[in-house]
Design a protein around this ligand. Structure first.
Ligand code: FA5
Length: 341
């Protein structure tokens, strides 16, 4: 069944459908010919105005054309959608030949590197690692170490207290007490850990810092063993040419006592602002364990003797890496920390 008016519209519509590029242009064609104001729709709606004899022919032809165009649109639309999906997939396809994107890599903190190296050196000498706790009793931190309340030596370490009996440990020395109380001699331990003091921050001080304690107790342990051990440590840590010196000092828990220094890396002994013109940087305190401390933990000072030391890990990191301000170690600036990768 055909009719010239219908054929004209249907021909135009077929051309438009064939020329449409993609789903949205097909939709435009559908609206133009089959939509509510579309050419074919309007023709069907105007059948009533036609002469009675013409009506059935035009009506039948228009309905047939409508079905044909709908089917045609449907087929082209399915085709267009499939093509669009294919193209989208193509755009997203993985290019396995592209070079990979490197994930940012972290690095160990210089304090961790130094701590691990210290532990490694002492492990090689037969020391094992012990741990205590940062919140300590006044007894372990002071009393057992021969520093009674109201003793002037308490002023050497300005302390953060929680209560009269509980505090943030000011040094790693209370771990000496914990370990000796828990086991009989001989003892050979190394204790890395965090410590706290009410110190004002400057280039070489921080209120939160790290120490590493060393303790050796056995029969016939002497001050010579201490000095030999620390000299060996310094050579391993700072290189074969590094110099170390002992200075007589005082700690209530050692007798005799000595502080030990390493040659300043900035001025090489000449004297500068960093080492306060002395040419040396203090890294720790040491001495022979006081007989009273041995008694306090239940050891017999007639049977065994021992030495102990405590040194600052930050100070060692400054010396080892040539850093001139301790605060750089605590600021977590990635530009600084990345240099130790
Ligand atoms: C002590 O803390 C003793 N317990 C060390 C000791 C252990 C002596 C065993 C004898 C036997 P001193 O207060 O000097 O000693 O501290 C030891 C080291 O900790 C210092 O040499 C320094 O390297 C480091 N240190 C102390 N205070 C700070 C601080 N505020 N910031 C960074 N490092 C510090």
């Amino acid at each position: 069944m055909s009719h010239p008016r219908v054929d004209l519209i249907a021909g135009e519509a077929r051309t438009a459908i064939a020329a449409a590029r993609g789903a949205s242009e097909l939709e435009q064609a559908r609206v133009r010919y089959l939509g509510r104001q579309g050419a074919l729709t309007l023709l069907l709606r105007s059948l009533g105005t036609l002469a009675a004899g013409e009506r059935p022919r035009v009506g039948a032809a228009a309905n047939e054309a409508k079905r044909e165009l709908e089917a045609l649109l449907e087929a082209r639309l399915a085709e267009a959608r499939a093509r669009e999906r294919r193209e989208a997939r193509g755009r997203q396809r993985l290019d396995l030949t592209l070079p990979g994107r490197r994930p940012p890599r972290g690095s160990l903190h210089p304090l961790t590197l130094v701590r691990d190296r210290i532990v490694e050196i002492f492990a090689g000498l037969g020391f094992s690692v012990a741990e205590g706790q940062e919140i300590e009793s006044d007894y372990n931190n002071f009393e057992a170490l021969n520093i009674p309340r109201d003793h002037p030596a308490r002023d050497m370490q300005d302390t953060f207290y929680f209560s009269e009996d509980t505090l943030l440990r000011t040094h790693t020395s209370p771990v000496q007490v914990r370990v000796m109380k828990a086991q009989p001699p001989p003892v050979r331990i190394i204790v890395p850990g965090r410590t706290y003091r009410r110190d004002v921050a400057d280039a070489t001080h921080s209120p939160v810092f790290h120490q590493v304690e060393g303790l050796a107790v056995d029969r016939n342990i002497s001050m010579g063993d201490l000095k030999g051990t620390l000299a060996l440590f310094a050579r391993e840590m700072f290189g074969p040419g590094s110099s170390i010196r002992f200075r007589p000092s005082f700690f209530p828990f050692t007798e005799p006592s000595a502080e030990f220094d390493v040659g300043c890396f900035l001025c090489h002994g000449g004297g500068c602002r960093f080492c306060k013109q002395s040419g040396w940087l203090e890294i720790g305190g040491s001495g022979m364990v006081h007989p009273q401390v041995l008694k306090n933990v239940g050891y017999d000072p007639e049977e065994v003797t021992g030495w102990a030391f405590g040194m600052g890990i930050e100070r060692i990191a400054l010396l080892r890496y040539g850093i001139d301000d301790i605060r750089l170690l605590l600021e977590n600036d990635l530009r600084f920390l990345g240099q130790f990768a």
